[in-house]
Ligand binder design. Structure first.
Ligand code: SIN
Length: 316
């Protein structure tokens, strides 16, 4: 076991949610309990963490309302903790709804040569059988395991990487999937089992410049539009007129676009707006072709392509 403490950063979510009606699984308010209270509810905490713990309430939000200000604060704090020799790992408690976006943002901006493990819950802390304490204990076990680096997501006993993971179910406890890739591993009785029996190198070799993110204050405005039956280009024209800097289009299949939307995106590009194509398919990834009309973002879902374009527009 390496020296140093694990720092748990609380940001809110259902894991910190409470319902007025004891045992209710719906109709609760996310982001109510402190990170201290969450950890106090985890049996076997010290055993899982295999060392000292510290905790900080970095934010307290329902993650549907996640924003650049919280991401910026998280990126800054994680950067400080990662270079601190007294810290061996970071665990972040987060809502499930935008967890995959925060994971991808952090992967994109951190040189995480230590574990940065995000975890969450589908049921509030006051549910009959809350999933938060188990997820938190599993996340600590992963953070304390030898050879772990990079940004990971731990939920319902599975370990996912930041790029492939997405929330695929609105209710069940096992709500996350890494699609075709499958999970990177599992946590069983506090023991991390990698799918390929060895730790994977998940550290971003070229993270975005944190200074540019911190200095930027506000994020570049990048919107997502969907190509669908009956689409027209008016939404794109309105976004351009309103000053958007980038548009990610969630395209059908292998990047195909409704012809009306296609024409509007060409107008947007001519007006200086950065256009990127991602697929709205949840499995597989776009296959780039030489005559693609717009740059595409293979391997990134529309919400993650949006973050990639924001960072690119920042020059980070
Ligand atoms: C949230 O994302 O903050 C609320 C929903 C959840 O955590 O499951």
């Amino acid at each position: 076991m390496s020296a140093g403490k694990i720092v748990v950063l609380g940001t809110g979510g259902t894991i910190a949610g409470t319902a007025l009606q004891p045992g209710a699984g719906l109709g609760y308010r996310a982001a109510q309990l402190s990170v201290q209270a969450l950890l106090a509810a985890v049996p076997g905490l010290e055993q899982a963490a295999r060392g000292p713990l510290a905790m900080e309430q970095l934010a307290q939000v329902d993650s549907k309302d996640m924003d650049w200000a919280v991401w910026r604060a998280l990126a800054q704090r994680c950067t400080q903790l990662l270079v601190n020799s007294q810290v061996r790992a970071i665990v972040i408690t987060h809502g499930t709804d935008t967890l995959e976006e925060t994971a991808w943002f952090l992967h994109s901006v951190l040189a995480a040569r230590k574990p940065v493990v995000l975890t969450c819950a589908m049921r509030p802390a006051t549910a009959l059988a809350p999933d938060g304490p188990q997820n938190l204990r599993d996340a600590l076990a992963v953070a304390a395991s030898a050879g772990v680096q990079g940004v990971l997501v731990v939920a319902a006993g599975s370990v996912h990487g930041a790029q492939a993971v997405s929330k695929v179910h609105p209710y069940r406890i096992d709500a996350f999937s890494s699609g075709d890739d499958g999970p990177l591993g599992w946590v069983e009785e506090g023991v991390l089992r990698w799918r390929h029996n060895r730790p994977l190198a998940l550290v971003n070799p070229a993270p975005a410049a944190i200074k540019k993110i911190v200095d930027a204050g506000a994020a570049p405005r990048v919107e997502i539009v969907l190509s669908h039956a009956g689409a027209d280009g008016r939404i794109v024209d309105a976004l351009v007129a309103d000053g958007t800097q980038g548009i990610v289009v969630a395209a059908t299949g292998n990047g195909t676009l409704h012809r009306a939307l296609h024409a509007a995106l060409e107008r947007a590009q001519r007006a200086g707006v950065a256009v990127r194509v991602a697929t709205r398919c949840s499995l597989g990834q776009l296959l780039v072709q030489a005559d693609d009309p717009f740059p595409s973002t293979p391997g990134l879902s529309p919400v993650k392509a949006r973050i990639a374009l924001q960072l690119q527009l920042l020059g980070a």
